[in-house]
Design a protein around this ligand. Structure first.
Ligand code: GLN
Length: 474
C-alpha cells in the first residue's frame, strides 16, 4: 500500500477508511522491510505506538493528523535520542524539543524515527555518519548508490516510502542535493523562516530547516506547518507565513525567469544540461519569459562557503568537550587530556578537518586574509542575486552537477565531494529560498533535479513554479 500524498491519507483517515493505528502498523512494516538501507539511526516500534494514542485524541482539523514524518537526527526530540550522526552524541537524550519538531507534533504528525545524516551535517553523501552509510533506495542491484547528503536519510525515507514527509537542514545544499539524488521534492526556505532553535548547529549564519516530500503540494503543507517566528532564535523572522498550499497557482503567464550563464561547468553531463533545457522550454510554453542573466561572483561561492562554514563550525563544535553531556573518553590523567581525547575519539575525520580549517581561517594571522575576505565576497554574491531579482521573478538552474554516484566514489577526496555543492551554495550564502524537484532522468534511469531560486521570503513564487513544472510528469 502506497499513499501518494498527505491529503489522500488525511481523507482516508477522516472517512474512517484507515485508523491512526493502521497507519502506524503500515509504516512500521515498511520500515522493517527496508532495514538494510540504513535510513534510520533511531527506530522503535513502541515509540510509534505510544504516539498513536495521543494522535487519536486530536481533532480532525489538525493539519498533519496521523501523517508519518521522519526527522533528521539533527533536530532535538524529547522522546527520541538525538545523535547528529556523531559518536560524541551517541547517548544524548535532549531535554527539550526543537521548534520545528514541536510545530509538527502540534499539528498531529506521527514521528516514525530519526534519520541518518552526515556527522553534524557535514558532507554530501551521508557517508561521514558514525552510524554507517545510508543506501539510496533507487540503487540497482549490486551497485549501492549514495543518497546525497547531508540529509540523505530524510530524502531516502521519502523515496523509499517510509514516511510522507521528512525534515532536513540545508547549510550549503543538504536538502536540495539529496532531494535531487533520491528523486523527491526538497525545499530550503529563506534563512530565518524556520527557527533554528533545538537544531544542533553547524554554521549558524547558513543553517536552515526545511522539508522533503513526494510532491510540491505536500512540501507546501509541511512548510507552512514548520515556519514561523520564535523568540529563542534571534535570526528568526517575523514575516507573516502565507498559506502556501491554498495559494498554489501554476499560472506562469508573464513571469520572468532568470537563466544564469554561470551555472554550467566544464565536464557537466549533457543529460543535466538537457534536463535544464527541457525545463526552460516548458516554462516558456507555459507563458513565462526567459531572461539570460549573469551572477558574476558565483565562481567564488564554493571557496567562500568552505571558509565561512568551517569557521562557524569550529566555534559551534567547541561545546562538545565531554564535560556536561555526550561522550567522554575514559582513562584520562588530566583535564587537558580529557578534552583532547574526548574530541579526538568523539569526532570523525570530516568533522575534525572542518574544525582545523575553521580554526585556521579564524586565527590571528589569517583572519583578514580568509575569514574577513570571505565575508566580503559573500556580500557580493548576495548582491548579485538582489540585483538580478530586480529583473526576474525567479531563477532556474540544475540542482547538482551529477546524478547519485556509487557509495564508495569520492570518498577519499574531500575536494571532489565539496564540488557537489557548486549549484546550491550561492543561494545559501545569499540566504534566499530554493526548491529542488525531480525533472527527468539520466541514461541509467536515475533522477536529476532542477532548482528554482526565489527572492527572500518569496517561497510562494518558487513553490508555484515548481508546482507548474511538476505537472509535466503527471
Ligand atoms: N555538503 C555541504 C557541506 O558538506 C553542505 C552540507 C549542508 O548543507 N549541511 O558542508
Amino acid at each position: 500500500m502506497e499513499f501518494k500524498s498527505i491529503n489522500q491519507l488525511k481523507s482516508l483517515l477522516e472517512e474512517n477508511k484507515i485508523s491512526v493505528k493502521e497507519i502506524a502498523e503500515t509504516y512500521i512494516r515498511k520500515i522493517n522491510e527496508k532495514k538494510d538501507l540504513n535510513i534510520f539511526i533511531y527506530f522503535d516500534e513502541d515509540k510509534i505506538n505510544e504516539q498513536v494514542k495521543e494522535i487519536e485524541k486530536l481533532p480532525n482539523n489538525k493539519k498533519l493528523k496521523g501523517i508519518p514524518i521522519a526527522v533528521k537526527d539533527l533536530f532535538c526530540t524529547k522522546k527520541m535520542p538525538t545523535t547528529a550522526g556523531s559518536k560524541i552524541l551517541e547517548n544524548f537524550h535532549p531535554t527539550y524539543e526543537s521548534f520545528v519538531t514541536q510545530k509538527l507534533i502540534n499539528e498531529g504528525s506521527m514521528f516514525v524515527g530519526k534519520t541518518n545524516l552526515d556527522e553534524f551535517a557535514m558532507g554530501s553523501a551521508t557517508n561521514t555518519s558514525y552510524f554507517g552509510n545510508t543506501i539510496n533506495p533507487l540503487s540497482k542491484k549490486g551497485v549501492p548508490l549514495a543518497p546525497g547528503g547531508s540529509s540523505g536519510g530524510s530524502a531516502a525515507a521519502v523515496a523509499a516510502d517510509l514516511c510522507l514527509g521528512s525534515t532536513g537542514t540545508d547549510t550549503g545544499g543538504s536538502i536540495r542535493q539529496p532531494a535531487s539524488f533520491c528523486g523527491v521534492v526538497g525545499i530550503k526556505p529563506t534563512y530565518g523562516l524556520c527557527s533554528r532553535w533545538g537544531i544542533a548547529a553547524f554554521a549558524s549564519s547558513l543553517d536552515q530547516a526545511g522539508v522533503f516530500s513526494k510532491n510540491v503540494k505536500d512540501a507546501s503543507i509541511l512548510l507552512e506547518a514548520i515556519a514561523g517566528h520564535d523568540e529563542r532564535d534571534s535570526t528568526s523572522s517575523k514575516v507573516e507565513i502565507p498559506n502556501y498550499s491554498q495559494n498554489l497557482n501554476p499560472d506562469l503567464n508573464g513571469k520572468i525567469i532568470g537563466i544564469p550563464k554561470e551555472y554550467t561547468l566544464d565536464g557537466i553531463s549533457d543529460e543535466i544540461n538537457m534536463v535544464w533545457e527541457n525545463a526552460i522550454n516548458s516554462l516558456e510554453k507555459k507563458g513565462a519569459k526567459i531572461k539570460n542573466i549573469s551572477l558574476a561572483h558565483t565562481k567564488y561561492a564554493l571557496p567562500t562557503y568552505y571558509i565561512i562554514a568551517p569557521a562557524e563550525a569550529s566555534s559551534n563544535l567547541a561545546r562538545y568537550d565531554g564535560v556536561k553531556y555526550g561522550f567522554r573518553s575514559k582513562d584520562v590523567n588530566s583535564l587537558d587530556e580529557m578534552y583532547e581525547l574526548t574530541r579526538s575519539e568523539g569526532f570523525g575525520k570530516e568533522v575534525k578537518r572542518r574544525i582545523l580549517i575553521g580554526t585556521y581561517v579564524l586565527s590571528a594571522g589569517y583572519y583578514d586574509a580568509y575569514y574577513l575576505k570571505a565575508q566580503k565576497v559573500r556580500k557580493l554574491i548576495a548582491n548579485d542575486f538582489i540585483e538580478t531579482f530586480k529583473e526576474c521573478d525567479f531563477i532556474l538552474t540544475p540542482t547538482a552537477p551529477s546524478a547519485a554516484f556509487p557509495l564508495n566514489e569520492k570518498q577519499d577526496d574531500p575536494i571532489k565531494m565539496y564540488l557537489n555543492d557548486v549549484f546550491t551554495v550561492p543561494a545559501s550564502l545569499a540566504g534566499i529560498p530554493g526548491i529542488s524537484i525531480p525533472y527527468g532522468k539520466d541514461k541509467n534511469g536515475l533522477p536529476l533535479g532542477i532548482q528554482l531560486l526565489g527572492k527572500h521570503f518569496n517561497e510562494q513564487e518558487i513553490i508555484n513554479a515548481a508546482f507548474a513544472l511538476e505537472k509535466d510528469y503527471e
